[in-house]
Design a protein around this ligand. Structure first.
Ligand code: GSH
Length: 307
């Protein structure tokens, strides 16, 4: 099988969610470092416009968003399952909550402290990314709100750990753990454990230490050009196909676009080759990499016929 290639940068918390999952599964992978802000000229030929971090590549199959990246890792490497049997829905739902709700107050806590040390280009880029004007002073003013919201949300997780369990859903780590680890890691990494509200959440801090011990598996660096060459030489995997009873009524071969519904709302266009409740796959061509299959999760993405 082609190697796992992760396009990411070290300080990305969503990339850490995937890196720690690669550690849990003890996998070998190749690491391509991408810029923290646009432009990302060596990523665009692979994704067709999707700009968020991280992106996983396996040959000519490109996986956008950590939801689909983790599902694919689970499918290809089923040992040490990330979704414990009988608890798949709970693990997925907790992960979605962590990605879309818990993440933001954690960003608020960190940015209130480090925001004004970051360059103007970073703030401009993240303003375009989020659709909100750049405003480091507002980030500082919102610090108490972010702290309190993170406290309220993480207290639910602290309570889950109160009975002495090692991980959120029991004795083994799962998708729920790697997803909650993402924002907790971000605060710990940037500000340390003496940061409120972590000072009031000792169970979370101890759990995060346990999570961190899984490490990142075995990464080795790869140049971006090599990753593009690999995509160019490879053929995408055979598509799973379009579910005939999908409520959208879309059929295989339709020209469609896929756009994140929250941040980095850049549409990617192509030919629909797979559609299910959990996955959208487009086939598209690029002059640098030839034909690639770009995979997205269904949740959190807008699928529309392309004009
Ligand atoms: N829902 C996405 C969120 C990814 C995300 O927001 N990543 C941040 C970095 S942690 C990002 O893309 N920031 C802008 C950038 O890297 O260009 C996922 O699960 O992958």
């Amino acid at each position: 099988m082609a190697e796992i290639i992760l396009h990411h940068y070290p300080m990305s918390p969503f990339a850490e969610k995937v890196r720690i999952a690669l550690g849990l599964k003890n996998l070998a992978w190749r690491s391509v470092e991408i810029p923290m802000i646009m432009p990302k000229p060596d990523l665009m030929p692979l994704t067709g416009g999707y700009r968020r971090t991280p992106v996983m590549q396996i040959g000519a199959d490109i996986y956008c968003d950590t939801q689909i990246i983790l599902r694919e890792l689970q499918r290809r490497f089923p040992a040490l399952p990330l979704t414990p049997a009988g608890h798949e829905g709970v693990a997925e739902a907790l992960a979605y909550w962590a990605d879309r709700t818990l993440f933001w107050p954690a960003v608020g806590v960190v940015m209130a402290v480090i925001g004004d040390q970051l360059p103007e280009e970073f703030h401009k880029d993240r303003a375009a990314f989020s659709g909100r004007p750049p405003d480091p002073a507002r980030l500082k003013a919102m610090a108490p709100v972010a702290r309190d919201q993170l406290y309220a949300s993480l207290t639910h997780v602290e309570r889950m750990l109160d009975d002495g369990r090692a991980f959120l859903l029991g004795g083994q780590p799962s998708l729920a753990d790697v997803a909650v680890y993402n924002p907790v890691w971000f605060v710990l990494q940037r500000l340390g454990a003496r940061t409120p509200p972590l000072t009031s959440l000792p169970g979370i801090v101890a759990w995060a230490e346990r999570m961190g011990r899984f490490g990142h598996g075995q990464p080795t660096a790869m140049a971006a050009a090599e990753a593009l060459d690999i995509a160019e030489r490879a053929e995408p995997d055979a598509p799973a196909g379009v579910d005939e009873s999908d409520p959208s009524g879309l059929k295989a071969g339709a020209r469609v676009s896929v756009t994140p519904d929250d941040t980095g709302k850049v549409p990617v266009s192509g030919e629909l080759v797979t559609l299910s409740a959990t996955e959208i796959v487009l086939r598209r061509s690029d002059e640098r990499v030839g034909t690639v299959a770009v995979h997205f999760p269904r949740a959190g993405f807008i699928l529309a016929p392309a004009g």
